[in-house]
Design a protein around this ligand. Structure first.
Ligand code: SAM
Ligand code: DTB
Ligand code: SF4
Length: 321
C-alpha cells in the first residue's frame, strides 16, 4: 500500500460516497495494514486560557463576538495545569493538549508560561500538544525547544466554505501556521468540523487539502459540531452519526498513517456509532469529562466503550517522543 499525496477532490468524494460497507471495508483494510488493531490513543484536553477570543469562528463558544455561557477567564497557573496533566496520566492518557482562546500567540510572560507548561508535561512522560492560534516560525521553534510534540491548528472546513464560518482570518493564514509548525520539526495536528451546513464536497475538499501535504499531518481530528447556545450555529440540525463514520473512513483512506481522532461531539453519538468510527479508522479519542469548554463522555463510559470492543489504550512507553 503506497501513501499518496496527489488525491483529488473528485476521488475523495467517490470514496466518501461509496456504498457504506465498501467504504468501511476499504478503510478497515488500510487501518489494519498500518496500525496495531486494538489500540486507541487517549488524549486529554485542557483549556489553559478560556474565552474572550477576538476571532469570530461561528461554531465557537469562546469567541468574544457571541454571547455564550463561556466568559473570559485569566490564564491558569503552571502548577494547576501540571496537576491536571498528572491526573490525565494517572487516568491512562498519553497525550495532553493545552488550548488557548487566542487569535495568535504574543511573545511575553503568557507565552513563557506556556513554554513552562510544555516542559512540565514532557517531564511527566506525556506527549505534549498545544493549540494557541496562529504562531510565527520563531514561536514554533521556541515551542519545539521546550519539547512540544504536536501543534493543533484545524482547517475546520473547505477553502470555499471558510468565509461563511470565519471572517476574521483566512484559510491561507491557517496554512502559514501549519507550515511554521512543520518547519520547526513539530508534528502537525489538523482536521475539521462537520455539521456546520457544509456539503460533502466541502468535507472532502478539506480532507484533500490535508492529504496533499507532504508529509501528511500525523494527527487528524474529526469533530462533529457541538451546537452551543449563543453561537450563530446553535440551531443547526445534528448530523446523522453515519456521516461521521464516512468522514473518518475517508480520512483513514486518504491519510493511512495518521492518527485519526474521533473528537468533539461524542456525547450525542450512540455507542454503536462510536464503535463503528473506531472500526472504520479512528484510533484516538479525547478522554476526560471535558473537552475545552463543553462536556465529553464520562471516563467510566469510555472505559466500558473500549472494553466492549476489546480495545486497549495505547501504552505510554510507545508514545514517548
Ligand atoms: N484558538 C485556537 C484555534 O482556533 O486554533 C485553539 C483553540 S480552538 C477551540 C480548537 C478547535 O476546536 C477549533 O479549530 C475547532 O475545530 C474546535 N472547536 C471549537 N468549538 C467547537 C465546537 N463547538 N464544536 C466542534 N469543534 C469545535
Ligand atoms: C480538536 O480538533 N478538537 C478539540 C481539540 N482539537 C483542541 C477541541 C474541541 C472543542 C469543542 C468545544 C469546546 O469544548 O469548547
Ligand atoms: Fe478563538 Fe479558536 Fe474559538 Fe476561533 S476556535 S473563536 S480562534 S478559540
Amino acid at each position: 500500500m503506497t501513501t499518496r499525496y496527489d488525491w483529488t477532490v473528485d476521488e475523495a468524494v467517490a470514496i466518501h460516497d461509496a456504498p457504506l460497507f465498501e467504504l468501511i471495508d476499504r478503510a478497515r483494510a488500510v487501518h489494519t495494514a498500518r496500525h496495531p488493531k486494538g489500540e486507541v490513543q487517549l488524549c486529554t484536553l485542557l483549556s489553559v486560557k478560556t474565552g474572550g477570543c477576538p476571532e469570530d469562528c461561528a461554531y465557537c463558544p469562546q469567541s468574544a463576538h457571541y454571547d455564550t455561557e463561556v466568559g473570559r477567564e485569566g490564564m491558569l497557573d503552571v502548577a494547576s495545569v501540571l496537576g491536571a496533566a498528572d491526573r490525565a496520566r494517572e487516568a491512562g492518557s498519553t497525550r495532553f493538549c493545552m488550548g488557548a482562546a487566542w487569535r495568535q500567540v504574543k511573545d511575553g510572560p503568557e507565552f513563557d508560561k506556556v513554554l513552562e507548561m510544555v516542559r512540565g508535561v514532557k517531564a511527566r512522560g506525556l506527549e505534549a500538544c498545544c493549540t494557541l492560534g496562529m504562531i510565527t516560525e520563531d514561536q514554533a521553534r521556541r515551542l519545539k525547544e521546550a519539547g512540544l510534540d504536536a501543534y493543533n491548528h484545524n482547517l475546520d472546513t473547505s477553502r470555499d466554505n471558510y468565509r461563511s464560518i470565519i471572517k476574521t482570518r483566512t484559510f491561507d493564514d491557517r496554512l502559514v501556521t501549519l507550515r511554521n509548525v512543520r518547519s520547526a520539526g513539530i508534528t502537525v495536528c489538523s482536521g475539521g468540523i462537520i455539521g456546520m451546513g457544509e456539503s460533502v464536497r466541502d468535507r472532502c475538499a478539506m480532507l484533500v487539502e490535508l492529504a496533499r501535504m507532504s508529509p501528511h499531518p500525523e494527527s487528524v481530528p474529526v469533530n462533529a459540531l457541538v451546537r452551543v447556545e449563543g453561537t450563530p450555529l446553535e440551531a443547526l440540525p445534528p448530523i446523522d452519526p453515519l456521516e461521521l463514520v464516512r468522514m473518518i473512513a475517508t480520512a483513514r483512506i486518504l491519510m493511512p498513517s495518521a492518527k485519526v481522532r474521533l473528537s468533539a461531539g461524542r456525547t450525542d453519538l450512540p455507542r454503536e456509532a462510536q464503535l463503528l468510527c473506531l472500526y472504520a479508522g479512528a484510533n484516538s479519542i479525547f478522554y476526560g469529562d471535558r473537552l475545552l469548554t463543553t462536556p465529553n463522555p464520562d471516563v467510566s463510559e469510555d472505559q466500558s466503550l473500549l472494553e466492549v470492543a476489546g480495545l486497549a489504550p495505547l501504552a505510554p512507553s510507545a508514545t514517548e517522543a
